[in-house]
Structures are given as C-alpha cells and as structure tokens.
Design a protein around this ligand. Structure first.
Ligand SMILES: [Zn+2]
Length: 146
C-alpha cells in the first residue's frame, strides 16, 4: 500500500497499535492539515497515569500510520517509547498480524542461526573423530614396532 491508497482518518475514529503485552487503542481527537501532509492528534486509551498521553501520527511513504511526536510527555517519566516503534492500524487484527509477522521473521532468523551453529558443531565433531582415529592408528603402529 502506498500513501495515496491509505484511508484518511476522521475525528472520532479509533486506531490500534501493538503495545507490550497486547493491542492498545487510541482515539483520533484532532487533525492538523499541512500543505503536503496531515497529522492526526490521538489520545491514548491505555494509560494508567492520570493524564492520558496525547500524540501526533502521520502517514509515511509506505502508507503506514507512524508516530511523530508526543504533545504532553512527562519529563520525569517519559511515555513516548510506548508509542514509537510499531505502526498504527485501523483494526486490532492488523496490529496483531503485523507484530506476529515480525515475530515469525525474528524466530525464523533465530532457527537459521542455530541450524548454522549445529552444522558447524557437527563438522567439528567429525574432524575430531577423524583426528583421534588417526592418533589411535599411530599408537597401534608404534606398539607394533616395539
Ligand atoms: Zn498513554
């Protein structure tokens, strides 16, 4: 999907993002229109601090809604890291699928790395066996000579 195909948001819409431990929701409460770009003002529904986070998101060139900036971050206890990273989606399912695919890729890379290490270890084992066998043969020959 590219930028022009993405559905624009309306005030009152909900948008979702994968947060640590699940999918969080945000309400679209405002819109800032610039010449070549629209930023959406969101209110976070996932906070457990007294004042909910408010932040801006925008569409990137890949047609994904992404974090731009916090509007009310707490200097003593910054909250922005919750809202950066994963993109925002129009449905919970898409947020789960995006995170799931990322996690599958990560796990698959891990499996590949372990497979390579296993191959390396098996080769070393084979070499070691061959070496020990050859030393064993030498020993037999030496004993015969005695
Ligand atoms: Zn929050």
């Amino acid at each position: 999907m590219n930028k022009s195909e993405a559905k624009p948001l309306k005030i009152g819409d909900k948008i979702y993002k994968y947060l640590l431990g699940g999918v969080g929701s945000y309400d679209v409460i405002g819109k800032r229109e610039y010449q070549d770009n629209i930023q959406y003002h969101l209110r976070c529904n996932n906070c457990n601090h007294p004042e909910p986070c408010e932040l801006l998101i925008t569409l990137n060139d890949y047609g994904q809604y992404v974090y731009v900036a916090m509007l009310n971050d707490d200097e003593d206890e910054p909250q922005y890291s919750w809202h950066t990273g994963e993109p925002f989606f129009l449905t919970k399912q898409e947020a789960i699928i995006q995170k799931g695919n990322e996690s599958i890729k990560w796990q698959r890379d891990g499996v590949e790395k372990l497979r390579d290490r296993l191959k390396g270890a098996e080769e070393k084992l084979k070499e070691m066996k061959i070496y020990i066998e050859s030393v064993n043969e030498e020993l037999k020959i030496d004993r015969r000579d005695e």
